[in-house]
Ligand binder design. Structure first.
Ligand code: NAI
Length: 293
């Protein structure tokens, strides 16, 4: 990004905070906005605390913290994003809410501003189609936790201008992330391939082939995955992953290989979300995994 670049981030939850952190650490000035009053300010405080922790551990210097924090500002109103050259959206995963936000953004930002969505499972093209200038819309799909998962999918739909994807690739590199280009298809690359890992593991459990700790152990140790599928489901949270599974299944016209598991749906209804509810496939105490739920 050039010295006149300014990145707007709308939605300052888990993902928005992570994206803001790597942007300011990469030298990109950021304005945060959240529809929840006080949400953006809270995010700014949390990001500053995270950077300070990194400095306390000696991973970055005190000057790096000061420089990064100086690049971070907060917008009370969406209209304060008018000077942005790129806006990344990381709000709730609902198509109509995202489409409405993109319509509002178009009325605020300049004609050359890129509008990017961090959606995991919605159609980038459907979001773009709600815009007057769909060519400026692309997917910019990060993974959690953003500062540690140093890879990002750059998604171009049939309406996306080639230069927009190129600019997002450059921004990703400035954030010290590796961009991977993909076309706009349900789940892109990771959430498409990842369906097999999760839904087949849920089927293995459903068919009583093996208990889930055994499935996790063997996939880690024999297949070389960093996390077992049930550990991954607990980390992401069923409130996030189940809608992704259902969305991809629907977008592929109920193709059987993507069929979500009734086990996951039932556990979601029971509130067994994973780490965030202290109980998922495993139990957690003070963030530490206990033996077996
Ligand atoms: P989150 O719930 O932690 O944060 C969402 C934030 O957006 C909240 O602070 C909320 O107040 C705000 N918000 C909601 N509607 C808004 C609106 N209309 N305008 C402004 N702010 C609004 O959610 P999270 O996990 O950060 O996810 C955000 C997006 O990133 C979703 O689209 C999700 O699918 C996607 N994503 C999530 C991943 C994850 O592991 N959590 C991974 C990759 C993508």
């Amino acid at each position: 990004m050039s010295s006149t670049s300014l990145l707007g981030i709308v939605g300052c939850g888990l993902m928005g905070r992570g994206i803001a952190q790597i942007a300011i650490q990469g030298g990109i000035p950021v304005i945060l906005h959240d529809s929840r009053p006080g949400g953006a300010e809270e995010a700014r405080t949390a990001i500053a605390a995270t950077l300070q922790k990194l400095a306390d551990k000696g991973k970055i210097g005190a000057q790096d913290v000061a420089d990064a924090c100086a690049r971070l500002s907060v917008a009370a109103s969406l209209s304060d994003l008018a000077p942005c050259t790129t806006v990344v959206e990381a709000i709730v995963e609902k198509l109509d809410v995202k489409q409405e936000l993109f319509r509002q953004l178009e009325a605020v930002v300049g004609p050359d501003c890129i509008l990017a969505t961090n959606t995991s499972s919605l159609s980038v093209t459907a979001i773009a189609a709600a815009c007057k200038a769909p060519g400026r819309v692309a997917g910019f799909h990060f993974f959690s936790p953003v500062p540690l998962m140093k890879i990002v999918e750059v998604i171009a739909g049939p309406l996306t201008d080639a230069s927009v994807a190129d600019q997002l690739v450059a921004i990703a590199r400035q954030m010290k992330h590796t961009p991977v280009r993909a076309s706009d298809t349900p789940g892109f690359i990771v959430n498409h391939a990842g369906r097999g890992y999760l839904t087949e593991s849920l089927r293995i459990l459903g068919e009583s082939i093996a208990p889930h700790p055994e499935v996790d152990r063997i996939l880690r140790q024999a297949a070389g995955f960093r996390m077992g599928p049930f550990e991954l489901l607990d980390l992401t949270g069923l409130d996030v992953s189940q809608p992704v599974m259902e969305s991809i299944y629907d977008q592929y016209y109920q193709e059987p290989r993507f069929r979500p598991s009734p086990i996951a749906r039932q556990r979601l209804a029971a509130g067994l979300l994973g780490r965030k509810s202290q109980r998922g496939f495993y139990r957690y105490e003070d963030g530490q995994k206990q033996d077996v739920a």
